[in-house]
Ligand binder design. Structure first.
Ligand code: SDX
Length: 385
């Protein structure tokens, strides 16, 4: 079977758009109705009633945990949450020199040095590595936030839950109950999202029977891009550069003139309002009412004008549009927004990698060869023009 079948253009699906590449029970995105499900539960239900540890368990095991399973899982995450002095040193060494996503990519890759099973591909080893990565991701990202600000790294506090512990390690204080709920919910809504680019990247890596550290390093590298996880940071910077609702129209038309993408809008799957953006918008409004600037009002004006202009083409706010206002209001640095996305998505990445590895098929698509068919005659270099 050659790389090129019958060179039939119509087989080409650039970006694998619309191609079904796996079967899954983990989660489902309905892009036309704007619905998201994890294991059969609607995201709104989980956002209102669950917590990140439960949702992480649901993604990994296909069901919500009973009390005993829940306590066992939380205990396992707490036991594995600490990172070594060596990992802290790497983070401190890289802080301020490169983007926090590059630090995260390196720190996660380094974890394999401390895991004797790091090159195994047996499922039980992959599960162990995956659980350890879920436990350590908040500690690593929080350490990056602290090192970036020249502050001491804070150890995990076993008395705090996942989201509150992350907030505490990153910001050096405890959130109030509302901030804690908002942090936890932000992690829930970012935990999984079908075959998004970074999840697909992890699955391609694990499909070669590479280890989970390699798969998650691939995912982090992929999430960094502005068309994917990097949009949340840029969306906030865009809103801050607009400054007030009065400036939005002019800024948007300039961006349109320059053919610039408006970060936080549009989606490969959602052609209506992203249900996660609806959930996060409420939190952004909560903070908006308490901020001195007009950030939320500017965001609302941007949303109004963008939907007026692009709504018919299925371009609406996505998960990255309001998250920046929330993270900025909680006190995180802007360049930490995409690493926070990774703190949440680690559960989806691990769950889908394990699910795929348990019924594996090496990913290997084709390309339509459109070059010179040849065969060409070889001409020695001295005889070439
Ligand atoms: C995430 O896949 C996932 O599930 C991802 C994610 C997850 O949870 O993992 O949901 C997280 O990555 C959300 C998306 C974050 N990215 C951004 O906000 C970046 C801005 N958005 C766009 O770049 C774009 O909407 C994508 C990349 C998200 C989706 O693009 P598609 O499906 O490839 O659509 P496209 O690029 O083919 O655009 C179709 C048309 C184009 O116009 P024409 O060239 O046909 O005239 O819509 C226009 C685009 O120019 N368009 C936009 C736009 N998004 C699409 N125009 C202006 N601003 C935008 N944001």
């Amino acid at each position: 079977m050659s790389d090129v079948k019958n060179n039939n253009e119509s087989d080409l699906r650039k970006g694998l758009e619309g191609v079904i590449a796996a079967e899954t029970k983990i989660g489902y995105v309905n892009g036309t109705e704007g619905k998201l499900f994890y294991g059969g539960y609607e995201i709104q239900t989980l956002a209102e009633q669950s917590n990140y540890e439960e949702v992480s368990y649901l993604l990994l095991h296909g069901k919500l945990p009973d009390r005993n399973e829940y306590e066992k899982y939380c205990k396992a995450l707490k036991e594995k949450a600490t990172i070594s002095k060596n990992v802290e040193k790497i983070i401190e060494e890289m802080a301020g020199k490169v983007h926090p996503m590059s630090i995260l990519r390196t720190a996660v890759s380094y974890l394999s040095v401390e895991d004797k099973r790091e090159s195994e591909s047996a499922l039980d080893a992959q599960k162990e590595m995956g659980e350890s990565l879920i436990a350590k991701m908040p500690t690593i990202v929080a350490a990056i936030q602290r090192a970036d600000q020249g502050k001491d790294i804070i150890k995990p506090d076993p008395d705090l839950n996942y989201a509150t512990n992350f907030y505490h390690m990153a910001l050096g204080k405890n959130p109030d109950p509302i901030e804690s709920k908002i942090m936890d919910t932000a992690l829930i809504v970012h935990a999984d999202h079908g075959m998004n680019a970074s999840t697909f990247s992890a699955m391609v890596t694990i499909s070669t029977m590479a280890d989970m550290y390699s798969a998650i390093t691939s995912a982090i590298s992929t999430l960094k891009g502005p068309l994917h996880g990097g949009a949340n940071e840029r969306a906030l910077k865009m809103l801050q550069s607009m400054g007030s609702p009065e400036n939005v129209e002019k800024k948007l038309s300039e961006m349109h003139e320059n053919g610039e993408r408006v970060m936080g809008f549009g989606h490969r799957v959602y052609k209506v309002y992203d249900p996660r953006a609806k959930i996060l918008k409420k939190f952004a409004e909560y903070f908006g009412d308490r901020r001195k600037d007009k950030l939320f009002a500017t965001a609302m004006k941007t949303e109004e004008l963008m939907i007026n202009k692009y709504g018919e083409r299925g371009i609406f706010p996505n998960v990255d549009f309001y998250s920046g206002i929330i993270y900025d209001s909680l006190g995180f640095s802007t360049d930490l927004f995409t690493p926070i996305f990774a703190v949440a998505r680690i559960s989806g990445w691990v769950a889908r990698s394990l699910e795929y590895a348990s019924n594996n098929r090496l990913f290997r698509p084709k390309a339509n060869y459109i070059g010179d068919r040849g065969p060409l005659k070889y001409v020695a270099i001295q005889d070439r023009e």
